[in-house]
Design a protein. Structure first.
Length: 544
């Protein structure tokens, strides 16, 4: 089976924060799981280096757009690596190949009569002496009366045109823009209304999309799809490949999602592979992102693919709700955020992955609390999982010179483990990551109870063979936990694999009855609870 996994592309205009990772982490869990299953997997994402946000940041700092894009793209790559993300291709939207592929898609849509020219009114700033890209315009949403950008309202999820905003202001200088006529290309999105209604209806029946994606997409379709501008007067981006219009840029909403395809072309060229494996009707695809990216993956990208007669419309939409910080909405402008470079300096990457999965905003908003983060690490990762592994292996190291003999594995444990692979795998493939991780931890707690009830420290004095049997069962459990946890907690799983001398991991029961241990070390260290107040003080002191 061919598995395509596309993670949303973060704007290269600032550091990553927990909100980004919360929405993107499911992609790596999926990729790791399907690789363990032996499937052909292509997992892709990249840095969005074009468009308004980067241009705004460059103006604010008085440096070039490339300078900003390079800085944050490199930082993103480093952060994703430190968090264990296993992209097959992590690229950027300012590459020559991406520009060529996006222009090719634009020309195919033009040739297929899905793009046309139109004279329209657009916001123009007399002070800045330029037409304003949609994100350069801010104001009040006419639908919910909340502050909104010119392209979309984050409060009510309405896709906007800047001209609709009330009390419009130029984001650069703060002055009120005027309207002027300009000519742009438009994408005939309305032509795909019927096909998308069928497509979204099928997704509802198959339950392959998150509920928020279904409901929001149905809302857009009920309101009726409107044709949208596909070119803009932008300072950076992919030039429109039509003579006389090359000073205009292809709009980010069509250009960025096309990165999924251009990235696969890059990977194919660099690895001498055939990427058509991931772009046909037999491909199972997963698109992983936050709530604000839903329409671009359920309406826009499918329409583009239909418009260029490409198969493989998105199969699964894993769209998280929002992550709040200490019960308040995350705000980068106010610095109310937990930044990834910062948290990685002080905490184990598996602790971050664990908390963002077990508290994931899969069906409703979830909150990141420093108190909950510290206590969940200490009680679950350290107290339950780490404790079970450490006390078992330390006991073997002390009482059996680091070795166990061949023993018969309890039939109940074997049945439970085989069933667990099936149950957890099904939950992961259906994008229920939180429930999948909870199932594994239920088994961890059951295993700790078994260790306590068997009392190997007593058995070794009274019945050595019973003690050996208990430890053989525990080693069997630990080996399989390392595999079951591998998509979620790759670093500690690798450490268990090292200590037990295991070979390559696969998504199937592993039978381990005898081992020779190597350098047994704790998987996790306790986090001092005083850190909670330190982190809260740091968070509050940084608010602007």
């Amino acid at each position: 089976m061919s598995i395509f996994i596309g993670g949303a592309w973060p704007y290269a205009n600032g550091s990553l924060h927990l909100g980004h990772i919360s929405s993107l982490l499911p992609g790596d869990i999926l990729a790791r799981y399907f690789r363990l299953k032996g499937e052909d997997v292509f997992y892709v994402s990249g840095s969005d280096c074009n468009g308004t946000p980067i241009a705004i940041k460059a103006k604010q700092e008085g440096v070039s757009i490339k300078n900003i894009a390079d800085k944050y793209h490199n930082e993103f790559e480093e952060n994703f690596t430190e968090l264990g993300f296993t992209y097959d291709c992590y690229t950027r939207t300012d590459t020559k190949l991406h520009h060529e592929e996006v222009q090719s898609i634009f020309l195919q849509l033009l040739e297929n009569n899905k793009i046309y020219k139109k004279v329209v009114e657009q916001c123009y700033c007399n002070t800045c002496e330029q037409f304003l890209p949609d994100r350069f315009v801010e104001g009040v949403c006419p639908h919910c009366n909340q502050h909104a950008r010119g392209d979309q309202c984050d409060y009510c999820s309405t896709i906007l045109d800047p001209l609709e905003l009330l009390d419009k202001k130029c984001k650069v200088c703060g002055d009120a823009p005027i309207t002027k006529d300009t000519e742009h290309f438009y994408f005939e999105l309305s032509a795909f209304q019927n096909e998308l209604e069928i497509y979204v209806s099928q997704a509802r029946k198959s339950k392959s999309w998150r509920n928020n994606a279904i409901q929001l997409s149905e809302r857009y379709l009920k309101e009726g799809l409107h044709n949208r501008a596909v070119s803009r007067d932008l300072p950076n981006g992919v030039s429109v490949p039509v003579e006389g219009y090359r000073n205009k840029k292809i709009y980010v909403w069509i250009e960025a999602v096309s990165g999924y395809y251009s990235a696969s072309r890059q990977w194919a060229d660099e690895n001498n592979e055939d990427d058509s494996l991931f772009w046909n009707d037999e491909t199972t695809s997963y698109y992983v992102h936050g709530k604000d990216n839903i329409p671009f993956h359920t309406i826009i990208w499918p329409s583009i693919l239909l418009g260029i007669n490409k198969g493989s419309l998105p199969t699964h939409i894993a769209s998280n709700e929002y992550l709040t910080i200490e019960q308040k909405k995350l705000s980068t402008s106010r610095n109310w955020a937990v930044w990834i470079p910062d948290i990685l300096e002080r905490y184990h990457p598996d602790s971050i992955r664990y908390f963002l999965t077990i508290n994931a905003p899969e069906s409703r908003d979830a909150d990141f609390s420093w108190r909950e983060f510290v206590y969940s690490h200490n009680s679950e990762l350290l107290g339950a999982y780490g404790n079970f592994v450490n006390r078992t292996l330390k006991f073997i190291e002390k009482s059996f010179d680091g070795q166990t003999l061949v023993g018969t594995i309890d039939a109940e444990f074997k049945t439970s483990v085989v069933e667990l692979y099936e149950k957890v795998g099904t939950l992961i493939s259906n994008t229920h990551f939180k429930a999948a991780l909870e199932e594994v931890f239920k088994f961890v707690r059951h295993s700790n109870k078994y260790f306590d009830e068997q009392k190997p420290w007593v058995q070794i004095k009274e019945n050595r063979s019973s003690c050996e049997e208990t430890l053989a069962n525990c080693v069997y459990i630990i080996a399989n936990l390392a595999q079951l946890f591998s998509p979620f907690l790759p670093f500690s799983s690798q450490e268990v694999k090292r200590m037990l001398g295991l070979g390559d991991l696969k998504w199937e029961e592993i039978e381990v009855s005898s081992i020779v241990l190597t350098d047994v070390r704790p998987l996790f260290e306790k986090i001092d609870i005083n850190r909670i107040e330190e982190e809260l003080e740091k968070l509050n002191s940084g608010v602007s």
